[in-house]
Write a protein that binds this ligand. Structure first.
Ligand code: G
Ligand code: G
Ligand code: MN
Ligand code: NA
Length: 254
């Protein structure tokens, strides 16, 4: 019992927030954009992480209205950044399994992009590998409609599920995010090193770009940069922060 009972009212009471974790190009360390991460500011419990409430959103179907809010809020944020002189920043949002199956998801995303006069290439939709590969032919269908609308899809948490290279080949996705379990001990674990290096090479051979998440040390940064990974994200650079703290981040980086 407890806080999850408060979930149905959280949206209308404006208790959800998006926080932002920066992503950088490997090598020259240029800020390319952010991943948006959902937070729930509970009136008594304070700031709650998705681990506490995401499954409940999914189970109750509330993930649809909340997910639609995330899409709309992400587009609003891109619009704001453009106004503030950063039209080059991109933003990635996470799509839940239920959202991915939503029949009008492409229209919802496209309408939000249009409302804020954004190019679809500014927004990336992250779907987890397990969702992308669950029903491959259905996923290919959905991803094709995204692709036709110019919307970029990224396969998140890559390497943790039951995917194989044949599946990867048939998925029209533009980006692959290597899960942080492989990144964690990459310096000490030569098997993980080879796995990551192979994933990067295969992704590149399929014209996909590669993001590594969970970068926590300069050593991990160096290894991934050497392996040709294009974009890096992790606590080494910054934890997720609210939008009003991004100017501080820029200040620090410059
Ligand atoms: O922010 P944190 O690292 O605690 O996020 C934990 C998990 O919650 C991540 O796997 C992330 O994909 C998921 N998540 C974060 N924000 C959203 C969101 O807006 N929608 C969905 N569906 N998942 C999210
Ligand atoms: O599954 P997904 O990639 O959406 O997960 C994003 C989650 O990973 C966020 O909750 C974020 O806080 C967390 N995260 C991001 N960078 C790091 C990191 O360097 N180390 C750890 N442990 N978690 C990270
Ligand atoms: Mn993600
Ligand atoms: Na991930």
């Amino acid at each position: 019992a407890g806080i999850l009972q408060d979930l149905p009212l959280a949206l209308e009471q404006h208790q959800f927030e998006l926080w932002f974790q920066p992503k950088y190009t490997a090598g020259d360390h240029a800020l390319t954009g952010f991943e948006a991460l959902l937070r729930w500011r509970h009136p008594e419990q304070g700031l709650l992480l998705p681990g506490v409430f995401l499954q409940a959103l999914e189970d109750t179907g509330l993930i649809i209205p909340v997910g639609n809010w995330v899409i709309q809020q992400a587009c609003f944020q891109l619009h704001q950044w453009k106004q503030q002189g950063h039209p080059e920043w991109s933003l990635a949002i996470n799509l839940s399994p239920t959202q991915f199956e939503q029949h009008d998801i492409v229209d919802i995303v496209s309408e939000s992009l249009e409302r804020y006069n954004l190019s679809p290439t500014q927004l990336t939709l992250e779907i987890t590998e397990s969702v992308a590969f669950k029903n491959l032919s259905r996923s290919v269908e959905i991803l094709n409609t995204f692709s036709e609308a110019g919307i970029i899809v990224s396969i998140d948490d890559f390497g943790t599920g039951y995917s194989n290279m044949l599946m990867l080949k048939s998925l029209p996705a533009r980006e692959l995010k290597i899960d942080r379990v492989f990144i964690k001990d990459i310096g000490e674990n030569s098997k993980n090193m080879k796995i990551v290096s192979t994933i990067i090479d295969i992704a590149h051979s399929m014209n996909m770009r590669v993001v590594a998440e969970g970068i926590e040390t300069p050593e991990q940064e160096l290894l991934l940069t050497r392996m040709g990974c294009g974009v890096l994200q992790g606590f080494l650079y910054a934890k997720p922060i609210p939008a009003n703290r991004i100017p501080e981040l820029i200040q620090r980086d410059s």
